[in-house]
Design a binder for this molecule. Structure first.
Ligand SMILES: *Cc1c(COP(=O)(O)O)cnc(C)c1O
Length: 424
């Protein structure tokens, strides 16, 4: 029998890396043992194109129950009236929404990638920038904040078919009510992509986008702490304003358009093992333990931001309302690349990131992005954040000193090995 020692040895190495290091990449987290057990189950063997009760394959009785549980839990968690839990990732969720609601060549208006936006919101290297005509809004240079009046002016000038809000690196909350008023004024769909802060939104720690946005997309593996994947939601289904008809001639509801944007529009068979793992994660996210966790994520981010500011670091917008922060390293005479590399040598994982109005290339950058979702899962609290900032500051001040970085790595490994990888 073929036994794959090579791959499983590498998985062990990766587990060791995760256990010993400090994980501060804002988009990462540690899924629970039961989320991983579902993701690694026999459900990977099943084809189930279609939706529960309306499949193109036999033998779907059990996966129908699983996907229904996932959908019902997701709706309860976010207060939604409709969800599709099949998107394989956040990018796939956005692709499905755009395919369903736009025609090629339509205009879209999103948050600038170089200010913290996402590739799928109109970048020229992504389908969203190739199939549609993108324009962008950004933050103000002085404040690091989005000025909603400027978003309105841009929307009036561009008249997009879709206005997109949400970001990968924006540490402040969004005014969805104002954005909906802007979208209504120009006749646009409003899409909120809450991939990063979805866990905080689910538990009421940030403004609720479902109240105002036509459609909301998210990943399931960031603050939500599920398996790698995506989903699409609406609080209220409504008759699509584009007049798209079903083959029988009646007007189609938005939900049926969005469902067909996922399948057959952009995906084939759903990953029922991942959908089962999403159901587990939604269940976890409704628990008291998760509430405690996600509140601590926010407290840790706040404590960390204050500690960085205390050491003279420049945080874009001056602080954070969520789990993340973007730090401009220009005043420390460091690039994002320097920071990512030297911290990596100390087993502290962050990612280099463009800062607004960055003059360096995306491969070098002037900033670093940090988030507290993963370290909080491991059980770290505010006092640990101060210690982490000390490690980071020490490593950055000695970024070319290999023996000093090795010393910090040793201290980091000692500290982190004491914290389990999985939450209960
Ligand atoms: C992470 C992210 C995505 C993409 O998620 P993938 O699962 O990597 O495809 C989409 N939008 C935003 C805002 C994100 O932060």
């Amino acid at each position: 029998m073929y036994q794959d020692k090579q791959i499983f040895d590498l998985i062990d190495l990766e587990k060791e890396r995760q256990l010993k290091g400090v994980e501060l990449i804002a988009s990462e987290n540690f899924a629970s043992a039961q989320v991983m057990a579902a993701a690694g189950s026999v459900l990977t063997n099943k084809y189930a194109e279609g939706l529960p009760g309306k499949r193109y394959y036999g033998g779907c009785e059990v996966v129908d129950e699983i996907e229904d549980l996932a959908r019902n839990r997701a709706m309860e968690l976010f207060g939604a009236e409709w969800v599709n839990v099949q998107p394989h990732s956040g990018a796939q969720a956005n692709a499905a929404v755009m395919l369903a609601l736009l025609e090629p060549g339509d205009k879209i208006l999103g948050f600038d990638l170089s200010h913290g936006g996402h590739l799928t919101h109109g970048s020229p290297v992504n389908f969203s920038g190739k199939l549609y005509q993108p324009s962008f809004y950004g933050v103000e240079k002085e404040t690091g904040l989005i000025d909603w009046d400027k978003v309105e002016a841009k929307a009036k000038a561009e008249k997009p078919k879709m206005l997109i809000c949400g970001a990968s690196a924006y540490s402040r909350d969004w005014d969805y009510e104002r954005l909906r008023a802007i979208a209504d004024e120009v006749g646009a769909f409003l899409l909120a992509d809450i991939s990063h802060p979805s866990g905080l939104i689910a538990r009421g720690l940030l403004n609720d986008p479902l109240e105002y946005c036509h459609v909301v997309t998210t990943t399931t593996h960031k603050t939500l702490r599920g398996p790698r994947g995506g989903m699409i939601m609406m609080r209220k289904d409504f008759e699509n304003p584009l007049g798209k008809k079903t083959p029988k001639g009646s007007l189609r509801m938005m939900s049926s358009l969005l469902d067909s944007g996922v399948f057959p529009g952009t995906q084939g068979g759903p990953l029922e093992h991942i959908i089962a793992a999403k159901a587990v994660a939604y269940g976890e996210a409704m628990s008291d333990d998760y509430m405690h966790y996600i509140m601590q994520v926010k407290k840790n981010a706040h404590a960390m931001a204050e500690a960085f500011v205390g050491k003279g670091y420049q945080i874009i917008s001056g602080g954070t309302d969520n789990h993340s922060m973007l730090i401009d390293l220009s005043n420390k005479n460091l690039t994002g690349k320097n920071a990512e590399e030297s911290l990596g040598k100390a087993d502290i994982t962050i990612n280099k990131n463009m800062v607004p109005f960055d003059e360096r290339s995306p491969f070098v950058t002037s900033g670093m992005r940090i988030g507290t979702a993963a370290v909080t899962t491991r059980g770290l609290a505010e006092s640990d954040m101060l210690e982490l900032v000390d490690f980071i500051d020490d490593a950055l001040r000695n970024f070319e000193n290999e023996s000093k970085l090795a010393e910090i790595k040793k201290a980091v490994n000692e500290k982190m090995t004491a914290f389990p990888l999985f939450h209960k």
